[in-house]
Design a protein around this ligand. Sequence first.
Ligand SMILES: Cc1cc2nc3c(=O)[nH]c(=O)nc-3n(C[C@H](O)[C@H](O)[C@H](O)COP(=O)(O)OP(=O)(O)OC[C@H]3O[C@@H](n4cnc5c(N)ncnc54)[C@H](O)[C@@H]3O)c2cc1C
Length: 389
Amino acid sequence: MEAHQPPKRVVVCGGGVIGVCTAYFLSKKGAAVTIVEQSSIACAASGKAGGFLALDWCDGTPVGELARASFNLHRSLADELDGASTYGFRPLDTISITITEKQTSSQSSSSTRPRPGKHSSIPSWIDRPVESPKMFGTKKSTAQVHPQLFTRALIAKATADYGAEVVIGKVEKVAAGDGGVEAVVLAGGRVIEADAVVMAIGPWSGKFGLLSSIFNVSGLKAHSIVLEPEQPDAITPHALFLSYYPADGGKPIDPEVYPRPTGEVYICGMSRTAEVPDDPDQIAGDPESIKVLKRVAESVSSHLREGEVKVKAEQACFLPCTDDSVPVIGEVPGVKRCYVATGHSCWGILNGPATGAAVAELVMDGKASIVDLSAFSPSRFVGRKMTFL
Ligand SMILES: Cc1cc2nc3c(=O)[nH]c(=O)nc-3n(C[C@H](O)[C@H](O)[C@H](O)COP(=O)(O)OP(=O)(O)OC[C@H]3O[C@@H](n4cnc5c(N)ncnc54)[C@H](O)[C@@H]3O)c2cc1C
C-alpha cells in the first residue's frame, strides 16, 4: 500500500461550524489552510442554531460515539479558548415539559404576573401552567454554546495562531486530475491550488454536482427568535424541551427554549422541508411560524410576553439532512483527496468539533483515530443514486 503523504495546502469549502472546526484542527496539525465561504463565517444554521450540547442523547445511534467525543472536545475547547466568556459555553440543566396553549391564553392577557407553576422541580420563571415536567439532563450531561460566537472564536484562533486564511467567495468547482484534486475554482474565475479539499457546505451540498451525483442532502427549514427580557436575572440556566399543544387544536409541536448567559432567550421550532436559496443572506423566516414561536414564549413565562421583551432576532435557517439521517464524512468516491463532511441535521453544533478533528486526521494521517468514520462514508451511497455528473 502507498504510504499516506500529508497534504501541504488544504482548501476547506464552507464557513459553517463543520468547515470551521475542520479548518481549526487541520491548521493546528500543520496544514496551510484556506477556508472559502460565500457570505460570512457562521452566516447560516451555524450562526442561528440553539447551540445545545448533549453527551449521551445520541447513544445507540450511528452518531453516539461521535457525539460523546464531541461533547468532551467542546469541554476542552472551552478551556483552551475561554469559552465561558468568549462564546457563552456553560453546562446547564435540561427539563422537558408539556404545555397546552388553551390553558394559558386567558393568563396572557392579564397584566399581573401569574403565580409560579405548581411543580417544585421547575424554576420560578416558568410561571405558566405546565404538565409532566421531567429532568432530561443535568450539568454533567448537557451544556450550551452561542453557536455563532463559538464558530467565529474558533476561526479567529485558527487564523491568529495557526495561519489559516479566510477567503470570501463562492466555490463553483473542484478541479481534479488523475492524481486527485488540484484546485478549487471560485465564481469570477479565481483559482486556489490545493493538495486536498474538504467540502463542508451543509445544505448547499445538494446543489453541488460533485456531491449531489452521489447522495442527497435536503434542507429542513427551521425558525427561531431571540428575545431580551426586561428582567434577565430572573431567567435561570435551564434548557427546555416542550411538547406544545396549540389552542386551535392543531398538531402538537416541539419547540426548544434556551436561555443564554447574555440574558437573551433563544426559542426555535416550526420546521418544514423547503428549497434552499442560493444566497444564505436571502433566508427569511415565515411570519406565521415566527408568530407561533412568540406565542410559545408567552405560554412558558410571563417574563417572555410581548411588552416585557425586546425582540432581537426573527430568523430561519436550514438543517442539512441526508436520506438515511446519518452524516456523510469521508473521501468522495472517485476523487482522490477530496473529502466531504455534511448532513449533521439537528446536531451539527454538538458534533462539529469531533467531525473537524476526525476529518483533520483523515486528511493529514490517512485515518481518523478519534472516532471510527466507517459508518459515515459517502461510499455507502455509491450505486444507489441514479443521477450523474
Ligand atoms: C433552528 C435550528 C436550531 C439548531 N439547534 C442546534 C443545537 O441546539 N445543537 C446542535 O448541535 N445543532 C443544532 N442545529 C443544527 C446545526 O445548526 C447544523 O447541523 C449545523 O449548523 C450545520 O453546519 P454546517 O457547517 O454543515 O452547515 P452551515 O452552517 O449551513 O454552513 C454551510 C456554509 O457553507 C457555505 N457555502 C455553501 N455553499 C458554498 C459555496 N459554493 N462556496 C462557499 N461557501 C459555501 C454557506 O454560506 C454556509 O456558511 C440547529 C439547526 C437549526 C436550523
